[in-house]
Design a protein around this ligand. Structure first.
Ligand code: 2P0
Length: 327
């Protein structure tokens, strides 16, 4: 059996995924549209080893941990396809904080599936890799691809049509992303639990699901015409709706911290002054600012004076998950 290393990048949804139509197969209730980043990266080595009794995970130098059973369940899916039962040693590292709203589960499961596919000599097509990555983490289905990506909620009960699809390569509209890191601590309520709580308790949940297709259409049309303002409008609206929805769960989920709100206000002021920028925020406090590349100095200036902002990271749009080494 081979020893294969793959890398994948996190992605940021501009039209957000929040809520599942099936928890067992991890099928999202709504489609989503994302951009894959470049600078932030997960690197994962998968080595199937006949001497192991169980799968072993080392993540950022820590062995075992909460992610080990999720990784093992995802590897089971690939082993089933391969007709293999050999356990694996998985060594993974992120060059950014794990579990803090920077989509480490997206890049993590995308890299895992791509490395395991190669290590088992399966050679599955990208759509199938996307489906398998989704079983690990919904947003991971999108990180299989680079640039602008749409995730379909699908209609089938087996989830075979619940996969991501590349819409536009990064080079076709090379936007810039600035991440304002507010906290590197792992979030108190993870996305999976937060989504289920929201589905079960928010009075606004069905309105959210009903509205998603309108946002997806607007975002696709903005991509077709490279209309930055239109993309900005739909992305900010989707973000605010997702957070309003999460806050309306019971008990309410509040992912923002004070610097997050300060950042929203700074970015809105930049937009009003005519800059091509918009904000988005995922299930954590980090502020993400999408802009045209020429706006990076203005974005940096606007964020540097926010009290409590720990770090500013600039990235562009990147490629999909891929094998980088193998033997
Ligand atoms: C998104 N998020 O579309 C949304 C916006 C966070 C906020 O997808 O339960 O870690 O593993 O499918 O993929 C984060 O959710 O959740 C996410 P699971 P995942 O990016």
């Amino acid at each position: 059996m081979k020893n294969v290393t793959a890398t994948a990048h996190p992605n940021i949804a501009l039209v957000k995924y929040w809520g599942k139509r099936d928890t067992a197969l991890n099928l999202p209730a709504v489609g989503s549209l994302s951009i894959t980043l470049d600078t932030l990266e997960t690197t994962t080595r998968v080595e199937f080893d006949d001497t192991l009794d169980v799968d072993r995970l080392e993540l950022d130098g820590v062995t075992g941990g909460a992610g080990e059973s999720r990784v093992s369940a995802c590897l089971d899916l690939l082993r089933d396809i391969a007709g293999a039962d050999t356990r694996a040693r998985v060594v993974s590292s992120n060059n950014f904080p794990t579990g803090a709203g920077l989509a480490s589960s997206a890049s993590g499961f995308a890299a895992l599936v791509v490395a395991a596919d190669a290590a088992l000599d399966l050679g599955l097509p990208p759509a199938r890799l996307s489906e398998l990555a989704r079983r690990g983490s919904g947003s991971a289905a999108r990180s299989i691809f680079g640039g602008f990506v749409e995730m379909h909620h699908g209609r089938r009960t087996d989830g075979a049509d619940c996969i991501a699809e590349p819409l536009l390569p990064a080079s076709e509209w090379p936007l810039a992303v600035t991440v304002g890191i507010v906290s590197k601590a792992a979030k108190a309520v993870g996305s999976t639990d937060g989504m289920e709580l929201t589905r079960e308790t928010s009075p606004y949940y069905s309105a959210w699901v009903d509205n998603a297709e309108t946002d997806l259409q607007a975002a696709r049309s903005a991509l077709d015409t490279r209309d930055f303002e239109k993309l900005a409008d739909v992305s900010e609206h989707s973000c605010l709706k997702m957070h309003a929805l999460a806050m309306s769960a019971n008990p309410g989920l509040m992912y923002w911290q004070a610097p997050t709100v300060a950042g929203i206000n700074r970015v809105r002021a930049l937009r009003r002054a005519g800059h091509a920028v918009f904000f988005t925020i995922d299930a954590g406090p980090q502020l993400k600012v999408v802009s045209l590349p020429g706006e990076l100095p203005a974005v940096r200036d606007a964020l540097t004076t926010i009290d409590g902002l720990q770090e500013i990271v600039h990235t562009g749009l990147g490629e999909g998950a891929r094998v980088v080494a193998g033997s």
